[in-house]
Write a protein that binds this ligand. Structure first.
Ligand SMILES: Nc1ncnc2c1ncn2[C@@H]1O[C@H](COP(=O)(O)OP(=O)(O)OP(=O)(O)O)[C@@H](O)[C@H]1O
Ligand SMILES: [Mg+2]
Length: 343
């Protein structure tokens, strides 16, 4: 006999999904990033590793999101609408609707010239679109200059690093601090008011340099660093202002293979600290291993987005980005190694 009290299948499924969502642990109060920076991914003896609550929660939330371009997400930190940038007759960016999920690691991939860097420039105020609007953490960001964007919590690194070669590594870090009171004309007359802040900035800078394995170089000119070390320095500097969203433009390019794993760990631990990450990357191994969500851009448009595995297995994506390698099985990591740098 049919059980009349039993909810219909759809309702039962929905109830299960709601329960799963409710089961998500609420974020505990965390120490600021720089205090735990020295831990890296290895906690001191007797201490717990930084919680993975954010990663778990994002994975669960995004599991319910359709894999289609421009899809709405449960808790977006950045929302872009109809953002268009033309250079002469060429449209470099034409993004209809795009959302980045808070606390997630989102990869932005696409062939050379797809418009990825231009999109970063537009979102962070380094370039101005022909039209469009975008909101960061609920605030309209059009006509906001890059310094203010950074103060609001959205910070980017550059594909071609921009470190000050003739300043020391430590001084480069201090330039990333949002509050540099010693440089203010009026406040500099009252050393008591700024010495403490400067001291804090320095401690924070040193903790980050330690984490990024650059502490021994802190007094060297930044110009003496290798290409990979400059990338690390830029990322560390971006963290000086405790961003809510960090946008990394090809963070792995030029990084020594030995440092790559630790860079991956750094990015994952940023998420665990509650920082949202958007990164552009051609290394699809990296994308597969750390991204919660993958967005594909081609000719300025978002052409696909979704779970890494689903997107990477989409024949249209494979065709567009892997060209001659379209027939390879992307589920096999050994094959991916051969394709590194081709996406
Ligand atoms: N300042 C500029 N003036 C003219 N054209 C530009 C300018 N900046 C970018 N472009 C063009 O816009 C298009 C998108 O460039 P963009 O650098 O954003 O691509 P990308 O996806 O970052 O590529 P890559 O993977 O090679 O870094 C390209 O055709 C590029 O030549
Ligand atoms: Mg680029």
């Amino acid at each position: 006999m049919a059980d009349n009290n039993k909810p219909p299948v759809d309702a039962a499924q929905k109830q299960k999904q709601d329960q799963q969502k409710r089961a998500v642990p609420t974020a505990t109060v965390r120490e600021p990033f720089y205090d735990i920076a020295r831990w890296g991914t290895k906690p001191p003896p007797g201490e717990d590793l930084i919680s993975t609550a954010y990663g778990d929660r994002v994975a669960r939330d995004l599991a319910f999101v359709e894999n289609e371009p421009g899809v709405h997400k449960p808790d977006p930190i950045l929302v872009a609408d109809n953002v268009v940038r033309r250079f002469g007759g060429m449209t470099a960016v034409d993004v209809g609707h795009f959302e980045i999920e808070r606390h997630g690691i989102t990869a932005l991939i696409g062939p050379n010239g797809a418009g990825k860097t231009t999109f970063f420039n537009l979102m962070t105020g380094f370039d101005v679109p022909n039209s469009g609007s975008w909101r960061f953490d609920g605030r309209d960001m059009q006509h906001v200059n890059p310094e203010q964007v950074a103060r609001d919590g959205m910070v980017r690194t550059f594909q071609l690093t921009k470190v000050m070669s003739r300043l020391s590594v430590l001084d480069n870090m201090l330039l990333g601090a949002p509050d540099r009171p010693g440089e203010s004309m009026v406040r500099s007359l009252f050393p008591g008011t700024w010495r403490k802040k400067e001291q804090e900035n320095r401690q924070k800078a040193e903790a980050l340099l330690e984490r990024f394995l650059l502490i021994k170089k802190k007094d060297d000119f930044a110009g003496s660093l290798s290409g990979g070390q400059r990338k690390l320095l830029e990322m560390a500097r971006a963290l000086m202002c405790d961003p809510k969203l960090i946008m990394l433009d090809e963070p792995m390019a030029g990084v020594n293979p030995a440092l790559k794993q630790s860079l991956l760990d750094h990015i994952v631990s940023l998420r665990e600290d509650g920082t949202t990450v958007l990164f552009v990357e051609h290394d699809i191994n990296m994308v597969r291993h750390i991204a919660d969500w993958v967005t594909v851009m081609a000719e300025g448009r978002i052409v696909a987005e979704g779970q890494p595995r689903t997107v990477m297995d989409d024949p249209a994506v494979v065709d567009a980005y892997l060209g001659a390698h379209a027939d390879v099985d992307l589920g096999d990591d050994s094959v991916l190694e051969g394709l590194e740098g081709r996406v």
